[in-house]
Design a protein around this ligand. Structure first.
Ligand code: UDP
Length: 353
């Protein structure tokens, strides 16, 4: 069996690393196409170096374009690559980026079965580019690997029943796979002289937070009011927005430890040791939960609603962050929400079947 996997963005490299490993173990041939959506070494190469992810067979180098141009060019090149070779049995895509959408549309046009990993997620906010990508991809997929019962429910509400499998979350697999390696090899805590529970970890990159100068400055200002310093690995898009809108002075405050994006292994160490996470990332909300850290999500809604329902994740605004942290009490329970860490094996078995 042959599978073509389309990847392009940081979280997809992390998710694919555990699935690729499971595919090899199941005897499946995998061809990886990297669209280039995330391209610099700290957003891409570092994950291929640190994790069990084979180098891509093809690199399309498509990035830094508006949504239409980016998705269109990706489609054109993916289609032409696939037509040059024997068509695969499946195309596999992850999550909700433009690379996901491009892969899904090409699969549909070429009548190649499509598998969607992390299917059924919904924020119900169509202003988010990711939400549109998720909805379209789910409606084109023949195999939908849902991470949670809520994701299955969302698919069913949209009339999608066939091909849906609740397998758990591959990010749970990734944490289990890489946690020990992170403890053995990462020196990030020593490098920045960080002590457990004496710093916050923040990441911000969603357009709703970065593309409005007032909002972005309010977020940076809110970090300033916290009781411990904030380690802030800055996404390149956020860094560019901070630069172009003249907000650089916030990064010079003592309260913010601004650092470049870190490797996944370093990230696991930061997430495990911090007092709490402040983020607008999808993946980091889940990782905080799995690692037992409180999370404060700088958004109006989240597609990982179960973390909010169990009390470990709170939706906040810049103005409410401080109070939310001060009033937070650790919930008594942390039920298993994301499976047992065997999602990748289940996915490989289901693809073979
Ligand atoms: N991540 C990382 N280094 C960083 C920031 C994030 O390795 O500097 C990892 C993080 O641990 C998670 C994933 O990247 O596994 C989340 O990616 P991101 O926040 O970019 O995307 P989202 O999950 O919001 O789609």
């Amino acid at each position: 069996m042959k599978i073509v996997t389309i990847l392009g963005a940081r979280p997809q490299f992390i998710k694919a690393s555990v699935v690729s490993y499971a595919l090899v173990n199941a005897g499946i041939e995998e061809i990886i196409i990297h669209t280039g959506q995330h391209f610099d070494s700290l957003m891409s190469d570092i994950f291929f170096q640190d994790l069990d992810l084979p180098q891509p067979h093809y690199h399309l180098n498509i990035h830094s374009l508006n949504h239409g141009a980016m998705t269109g060019r990706m489609m054109e090149q993916i289609e032409s690559l696939l037509l040059q070779q024997e068509l695969p049995d499946w195309i596999c895509v992850y999550g909700d980026t433009n690379s996901t959408l491009a892969g899904a549309l090409v699969a549909a046009k070429l009548h190649i079965p499509l598998a969607h990993i992390e299917a059924g997620l919904r924020s119900f906010n169509r202003q988010m580019p990711e939400e549109v990508n998720r909805v379209v991809t789910d409606h084109l997929a023949q195999l939908l690997f849902a991470p949670t019962p809520l994701a299955v429910e969302c698919l069913q509400k949209e009339g999608i029943f066939s091909g849906v499998h609740l397998v758990g979350d591959v990010m749970m697999d990734a944490i289990i796979t890489y946690q020990v390696k992170a403890q053995q090899t990462s020196n990030i805590l020593a490098k920045y002289q960080l002590h457990p529970e004496e710093f916050y970890l923040a990441t911000i990159h969603r357009p709703s937070n970065t593309d409005n100068q007032h909002r972005l400055s309010a977020i940076l200002e809110s970090f300033n009011k916290l009781d411990y310093p904030v380690v802030f690995p800055i996404h390149p898009r956020t860094a560019a927005q901070i630069r172009t809108t003249g907000l650089n002075h916030y990064l010079e405050q003592q309260s913010i430890i601004a650092i470049p994006p870190v490797s996944y292994l370093d990230m696991l160490m930061l997430e495990s040791a911090c007092k709490a996470v402040v983020t607008d990332s999808g993946g980091i909300q889940k990782e905080a939960y799995i690692l037992g850290r409180p999370c404060f999500t700088m958004r109006d809604e989240t597609e990982w609603k179960e973390t909010v329902d169990v009390g470990w994740n709170h939706l906040v605004q810049p103005e409410t962050l401080n109070d939310a942290i001060a009033n937070f009490t650790i919930p008594k329970e942390a039920p298993k929400l994301y499976g047992s860490g065997d999602a990748a094996d289940q996915i490989a078995k289901l693809l073979l079947a």
